[in-house]
Design a binder for this molecule. Sequence first.
Ligand code: OGA
Ligand code: MN
Length: 287
Amino acid sequence: MSIDVIPLNTYFGAEIRGLDLSQPLSDTDFEAWSDAFAKYRLLLFRDQHFSEDQHVEFSKHFGGLEDFVDSKDQVNSHTDILRVSNIWQDTDAIKPVDDPGHKSFTLGTSGWHIDSSFRKVPGKASLLFAIEIPPEGGGTGFADMVSAYEGLSDEKKAQCDELTVIHDFEEARRRYGLLPRMEEIRVANPSVMHPLVRTLPDGKKCLFLGSHTSYVLGMEQYEGRKFLDGLNDWTTQEKYTFFHDWNEGDLVMWDNLALMHRAMPYDLESHRRLLHRTTVLGDGPVV
Ligand code: OGA
Ligand code: MN
């Protein structure tokens, strides 16, 4: 099959045409896919129809998959497919907006973030597939931390290159006004340190930010917060972002370490939204 790669934006993102994901992936197609992924960091496939098993299967070409611990969040007991949804799986009803788990997921995904940046080894890519999409809103935004780093002044780059940032799951919860999780959960998930600037396999550099950033090592807390918020604003300016408006049958795969992402608002109470996500495990600590 011949694959076309059509850029979506100036700096990142491409649509892939000519791949039917319900068919087994040949070595040549996988190579074209992974080359395009390394180059564009976000890939969109439209009009796809594939089973849950197939979603797992093509995702696994990129590495082992994350397991999602809570069975309520899993798709039909696939431990490695996450339901991203405002619909209960068992009753098919819309979740109440104040259901605690739903509320924390909705708030948590509404700000610019990197999935599990609060872990030593965050996932390296996610593959999100649209099944039911609201008539208005409910898109997903992506911000490119590679081109955002490249756009910084030389002094700012040099300053960022030296910094280490503490990431903590509780930070985003505090900001969204959610109560801290139970003590044993907090103790089992201590904050982690990541460099503010990552080097990609091809030698390019990128910022490593997101809503789980808590403070900058060695900087007064408020100054560090202002500094991180400034970088967040810089990275999420129009030229470094892409907002995807979903159609049913769209699959978006993105580099979780090089892009931040966020869910866009929609009418949670009266419109249904269901996507399925697989996440490819990271190869090691952020470097
Ligand atoms: C996620 C996430 C964004 C969205 O699943 O981690 O941030 O638009 N989703 O649902
Ligand atoms: Mn997310």
